[in-house]
Design a protein around this ligand. Structure first.
Ligand SMILES: Cc1cc2nc3c(=O)[nH]c(=O)nc-3n(C[C@H](O)[C@H](O)[C@H](O)COP(=O)(O)OP(=O)(O)OC[C@H]3O[C@@H](n4cnc5c(N)ncnc54)[C@H](O)[C@@H]3O)c2cc1C
Length: 808
């Protein structure tokens, strides 16, 4: 007899695939027993039942790798905990390299894994063939062995999570489709099913292939698109039958193919060269334990390469072919966390590799619901990272691209054309005329450098310096010697006003709110646990009138946080990012250029470093000028209505001609700030760090009164690691991110961001080491593309340590 439906629950999880069952398990295990999972059919009725179950840990970003490693740790004990077999085998994985570029890529991947304790090593070709006798060694350049990889039984894992969740007190209702979700006036949710209605504090959308349909029940949409995906399982293969131990998984990126042992045969999956979308306008509600018609022709090219590498596949009979749908987001990452438009509506959708990510997603989502924040930074998977620009066309173009390039190498600063342009700033045409090469940033076309000739118009990507190295150097030197003009329109801008504005700012940010009109402060924002969740400049423009400026791509995540922490105050928090354009003029001649387009006094006496004023540009354009620069030079950030952008840009360019003004892109900005040791959000600062670790402690005013995170900071026992600037004896490749740092030969830390510093002519990095090793007297090495390079920890930042140029 089926169990009667609960009438109330603390959390209702919608969807009984691996993601939903893992979330339920982690909530219940953490002690929240009043949690219910509703599944419209049998458990595993979406993508989960037909997955291949391949597992690996070497991936990026680092925290994704941590969560995938957590999956393998979980599977090692889940079967016993649930008393349900997960079919888990830890076999390791062989990463095949047929080209020098792939070898380089594997070297980078390998060294990034070290930070996560993944001891992947290159093995000889003979050793690889010993481990996987089906491999044809001809043409193989190298093979990387990842020891932590393996595979699981997808249905076994999903049922095991559900069973273990029940043991911890959770409830699972199968054959209970959710037909509506309604937010009530009192903030509770009503979750409607044919069997009754549950009132819940939180709703979690983990509806996998139907995430879009379940989202629509709550009036929201999600940038998701299902794609078809094939794998096949062969009949028994003599070479496999003869094996004494289970063969490692095989990752063959250059053929977009993965393979593993399945019984005495092989399972071979392929990301075909032509992506086929499925159910574009909506997943049918009656779709269940079905498969899609096979189309082996699509797999032909992958298959041919796979057979050349594993000839026995050509002889083997095919036992079954699976063509199943899975759902992708535009960047392949899941959409996680509280939806910014709905209170207590959590998302765990777009999970494209659920057996690798599902356990970790369950962990962080449970933490997020219970604690208000996940225990590690997952902003790169936050549902709020995509704005409205991620429409159906964009989502289709991006998901197609990622399907077809699932295993492609990812180079530093790499950008992709698919689906672009989606958003052009008002200056796009002007900048394009000047040779701007654009990359996508938060949907915007963002100029990364200005090509000087045809050859530079197409950016090359590699692990070493490429065709834009020289031009970016020229841009940096122009900022040092004359003046540069950057577009800053993609920065997030918030107008904060109202009677309680100051009180809200004081409570929400860690630094003191500037007391006098015109003063500016750097403002870290902390979570209740004291971790850094934002990094802003705040300028007081008048009584109860402030401008807050921060990272553009974080704006929806930050707005969600701001609005969640108003606590009844009378404050207006207005995101004006799209309405206001930004330009930044920086370099020794910046003041002279600015003085030509405004009648306001922009002298050092009137507008010193770290101050702001309202002024008129170009006659009557109402603007705000902030005296601050991420370049380390004299500089002004200028914000004004987007409608005036072309006029202001034109005037600044005309005014700048006599001073050698040059348009500058964001690659140069990243280099200039590195020379100043300024940490960059997403690379050097994330919510994984406390202020004392990432160099922000001097912007935290512990004596100013209460603010979010203050109490937690008082309980910390010193930094776990500390950021430092490094100078590296690099060759033709610079550090980028994730490179290991060694001290006296032992692993000591990792690079958070790196590149070339053209003003100081040195290869540089920012990186983290433990406080004990944070000493310029130590001998360091940094591993770049597999080669250890001598490095020095710098006592002072490489460029203008006294800050005289910025304050000039
Ligand atoms: C051919 C193939 C091979 C794959 N191989 C791998 C692999 O090797 N490794 C890996 O990690 N991943 C693999 N994947 C991906 C993996 O299958 C998915 O990432 C994973 O299954 C997603 O799980 P989920 O729980 O998020 O969604 P789903 O499995 O789609 O589950 C969603 C559940 O929600 C339920 N639901 C929907 N609407 C409602 C409603 N209104 N009310 C109640 N319940 C509802 C559905 O019935 C379903 O059971 C593969 C996918 C395919 C197609």
């Amino acid at each position: 007899m089926s169990q009667a439906l609960d009438t109330t629950a603390r959390v209702v999880v919608i969807g009984g695939g691996v993601t939903g069952c893992s979330i339920l398990y982690h909530l219940a295990k953490a002690g929240w027993q009043d949690v219910v999972l509703l599944e419209r059919d049998e458990l595993t009725s979406g993508s989960s039942w037909h997955a291949a179950g391949s597992l690996f840990t070497l991936t990026s970003p680092f925290n994704a790798s941590c969560l995938q490693k957590y999956a393998l740790e979980r599977y090692a004990t889940l079967g016993e905990e649930a008393d349900h077999d997960c079919g888990f085998h830890k076999t390791g994985e062989l990463w095949l390299c047929l080209s020098d570029e792939e070898v380089e890529s594997c070297k980078v991947i390998r060294s990034q894994g070290l930070r996560n304790g993944i001891d992947a090593e290159f093995v000889s070709i003979e050793e690889a063939v010993r481990m996987a006798p089906i491999l044809n060694p001809d043409g193989l350049k190298a093979v990387l062995f990842e020891p932590d990889a393996g595979h699981c039984d997808p249905a076994g894992v999903t049922h095991a999570f559900a069973k273990a969740a029940r043991k911890h007190g959770a409830t699972v209702h199968r054959f209970t489709p959710v037909t509506d979700t309604r937010l009530l006036d009192n903030g509770e949710w009503e979750v409607v099913t044919p069997k009754g209605t549950i009132r819940a504090e939180y709703v979690v959308n983990a509806a996998g292939l139907w995430a879009r349909e379940v989202a629509a029940l709550a009036g929201i949409s999600m940038p998701l698109m299902p794609v078809e995906h094939h794998y096949m399982v062969t009949e028994a293969i003599p070479e496999i039958e003869a094996l004494r131990e289970r063969m490692p998984e095989i990752s063959f990126s250059e053929a977009n193919v993965y393979a593993r042992q399945e019984g005495n045969g092989m399972l071979l999956g392929a990301y075909e060269g032509h992506c086929t979308h499925w159910a574009e306008s909506g997943t049918p509600l009656d779709f269940g334990h079905e498969l899609l018609p096979n189309d082996l022709e699509r797999m032909e090219a992958n298959l041919a390469q796979a057979i050349e590498r594993m000839p026995c596949l050509g002889e083997a009979g095919i036992k079954r072919i699976i063509n199943g749908p899975m759902i992708f987001s535009p960047d392949l990452g899941p959409l996680l966390g509280p939806h910014p438009a709905l209170r207590n509506y959590f998302c765990a959708t777009g999970v494209m590799t659920g057996f690798n990510q599902g356990p970790g997603i369950g962990k962080v989502l449970a933490e997020w619901i219970i604690d208000g924040e996940p225990s590690l930074d997952v902003s790169f998977w936050d549902v709020a990272r995509f704005g409205d620009y991620a429409d159906v066309d964009y989502t289709k173009a991006r998901t197609k691209f990622w399907y077809e390039n699932r295993s492609a190498r990812v180079y530093p600063y790499q950008d992709y054309d698919a689906g672009r342009p989606v958003r052009n700033t008002a200056l796009y045409d002007e900048l394009a005329k000047k040779g701007a090469v654009f990359a996508e940033y938060d949907g915007w076309e963002d100029p990364v450098y200005f090509a000087r000739n045809e050859a530079e118009k197409t950016p090359e990507y590699a692990f070493s310096r490429t065709n834009w190295f020289e031009v970016v150097g020229e841009e940096c030197r122009a900022v040092r010697d004359a003046v540069g003009l950057f577009e800053f329109s993609t920065f997030a801008k918030y107008a904060i006003s109202g009677p309680d504005a100051e009180d809200w700012l004081a409570a929400t940010f860690a630094n003191r709110v500037p007391a006098k009109t015109g003063k500016m402060a750097l403002m870290p924002m902390l979570s209740p646990h004291g971790r850094v969740i934002g990094d802003f400049t705040l300028t007081r423009l008048g009584d109860g009138d402030f401008l807050l400026v921060g990272g553009g791509a974080m704006q929806r995540i930050h707005m969600r946080w701001f609005l969640d922490h108003v606590d009844g105050r009378d404050v207006n928090i207005c995101n004006i990012s799209d309405d206001y354009a930004g330009l930044h003029v920086a370099g020794p001649a910046a003041r002279s250029v600015l003085a030509k387009v405004t009648s306001a006094d922009v002298s050092n006496a009137s507008q010193p470093f770290l101050s702001g004023q309202r002024l008129e540009l170009d006659g009557d354009v109402q603007a705000i000028a902030l005296r601050v620069s991420f370049t380390g030079e004299l500089g002004y950030e200028l914000y004004f209505p987007s409608a005036d952008a072309r006029a202001v840009y034109g005037s600044l360019r005309t005014a700048g001609e006599a001073f050698g003004l040059r348009p500058i892109g964001s690659h140069a900005l990243m280099s200039l700030r590195l020379e100043k040791g300024y940490p960059s959000w997403g690379f050097d600062i994330t919510s994984d760090y406390y202020p004392a670790e990432c160099g922000l402690e001097r912007f935290v005013s512990m004596d100013k009164g209460e603010f979010i995170g203050r109490e937690a900071l008082t309980t910390l026992h010193g930094p776990r690691e500390r950021i430092a600037s490094f100078e590296i004896d690099a060759g033709s490749a610079d550090a980028y991110t994730g490179e290991p740092i060694y001290c006296n030969g032992a692993l000591a830390g990792y690079v958070s961001s790196g590149g070339y510093g053209y003003r100081v002519d040195k290869s540089l990095a920012l990186g983290y080491v433990t406080p004990a090793l944070h000493d310029a007297g130590n001998a360091f090495e940094i591993e770049i593309v597999g080669e250890r390079r001598a490095a020095r920890l710098l006592d002072a930042v490489p460029y203008d340590p006294a800050g005289a140029r910025a304050k000039a």
